[in-house]
Design a protein around this ligand. Structure first.
Ligand code: NAD
Length: 420
């Protein structure tokens, strides 16, 4: 099929590249000339395992990036909307990129004969895809269908998740739209759940909220365990063996970050409140998460007294390993707090340094390896569980504060886990 994809961020570039890999002709559209140029020169605009290889493989035959939305949309039969849906000040979702993408598609479809499907893949509050349909109609689009196909990929495993998902949720109001998308996703045996538009939108929020709740639950239990001298990882191993639960997302630590969980839980809280529903549990999930990162700093202060003048290596800045994404990363709270305490901080991340620098400024130094960061440090903070930080020699003789249970077997005077 001929596909166009609007937005070449994490979701758009993965969607476009993987749909090309599964045999479709894909045009990826973005407003950012730098991203378009990068893609067309075979470079991925984001770091994601396996993505660049797939991109290079399909470029020039089935995959192309463009700034020119009109022909890309006109010559395709399905357009995916993968633009950002950031949080507004009040926690609600800012839909300006969705509205502008829908407006552009509507203008092109007004001039186009034949059926066209617009698939909203961005995470949007229930009711938004219906609004997209209204915008398309108001611009004069003729024969079109709207679908909502939430994306569940995990950053760091995005290609793997897109190619072999747990499930594919297809929200639409018309049978022909469901049928066409079933065909597009026929490359995977994953169960396909057909719903209406609003249900598909809500499934994404409910999924992310439950995953976030599991993390905050594990962190709260971990905070209690810490006081009792119990290792919360042993506890959660026992909890996760219950056949009614899954053991994933029960890893206690310094809290969740990223572009999705905080934004999506806050959006659902906003949606609930606007409708007079008090989201007690969701608010508690966010509250636990807000308090969690600075617990590691408190722990260090309680153990060592003042951190002023102390040489601290921070290993890991990205919100999780195998990504360069700094959005809502716990390091954004922890590093400035250490600098404010007067510590001399050297911060290292294998992929996220470039994204981290504008956010963290020149408070910390940015050495070019974990070894260099740790070399003359008295204290090491582990904030992201990158595989390369498992090298025990980085920590010898140093006081370690581990926010991720990276050093599985480490214990004793010189080691403290945030909740174990
Ligand atoms: P992003 O901010 O990384 O990328 C969005 C891209 O859209 C940018 O490159 C921007 O230039 C482009 N854009 C904006 N308006 C455009 C327009 N009119 N035409 C063409 N391009 C346009 O965003 P992301 O992380 O890929 O997230 C996109 C959506 O997917 C969000 O709703 C997010 O919540 C959801 N989502 C993200 C993830 C994730 O892991 N990042 C996972 C699942 C769902």
């Amino acid at each position: 099929m001929n596909i166009s994809v609007m937005g070449t961020g994490y979701v758009g570039i993965v969607t476009g590249t993987c749909l090309a890999e599964t045999g479709n002709n894909v045009k990826c559209i973005d407003l950012d000339p730098k991203k378009v140029e990068m893609i067309n020169s075979g470079k991925s605009p984001i770091y994601e395992p396996d993505l660049e290889e797939l991109l290079k493989k399909n470029l020039g035959s089935r995959l192309e990036a463009t700034l020119d939305a009109d022909p890309a949309i006109r010559e395709s039969e399905i357009t995916f909307i993968c633009v950002g849906t950031p949080s507004s000040e009040d926690g609600s979702t800012d839909l300006k990129y969705i509205e502008s993408a829908a407006g552009k598609i509507g203008e092109v479809l007004a001039q186009k004969e034949g059926k066209h499907i617009v698939v909203v893949k961005s995470t949007v509050p229930p009711g938004t895809s219906e609004k997209v349909a209204e915008i398309l109609k108001s611009k004069g689009a003729k024969v079109f269908g709207v679908a909502m196909n939430p994306e569940f990929l995990r950053e760091g495993k995005a290609v793997e998740d897109f190619m072999a998902p747990d499930r594919v949720v297809l929200g639409a109001e018309e049978k022909w739209v469901h049928e066409k998308l079933e065909e597009l996703y026929s490359f995977t045996d994953a169960p396909k759940l057909e719903t209406n538009l609003r249900t598909a939108e809500m499934i994404k929020y409910a999924s992310n909220s439950l995953l976030a709740a599991k993390i905050s639950f594990a962190n709260e239990i971990g905070n209690i365990c810490k006081e009792l001298g119990i290792d919360v990882y042993d506890v959660m191993q026992g909890v996760g063996m219950d056949a009614r639960l899954s053991p994933s997302f029960l890893n206690a630590g310094i809290g969740f970050g990223g572009s999705c969980f905080p934004k999506d839980v806050n959006s659902l809280i906003h949606t609930a409140k606007v409708r007079g529903v008090e989201p007690k549990l969701l608010e508690a999930v966010m509250k636990v998460n807000e308090d969690q990162p600075l617990k590691l700093v408190e722990l260090a202060k309680n153990k060592l007294g003042s951190l002023s003048g102390k040489k601290i290596a921070v290993l890991g800045l990205a919100f999780k390993p195998d990504t360069d994404d700094m959005r809502e990363a716990p390091s954004l709270r922890i590093v400035p707090a250490l600098v404010k305490e007067g510590a001399i901080v050297k911060a290292y991340d294998p992929e996220a340094e470039e994204n981290a620098k504008p956010l963290l400024g020149d408070g910390p130094e940015y050495p070019s390896s974990a070894k260099e960061a740790a070399a003359d440090a008295e204290i090491v903070f582990i904030l992201t569980e990158w595989k390369e930080f498992e090298d025990e020699s980085l920590y010898s003789g140093k006081q370690v504060f581990d926010g991720r249970k990276l050093l599985k077997r480490k214990s004793g005077e010189k080691y403290e886990g945030v909740c174990w």
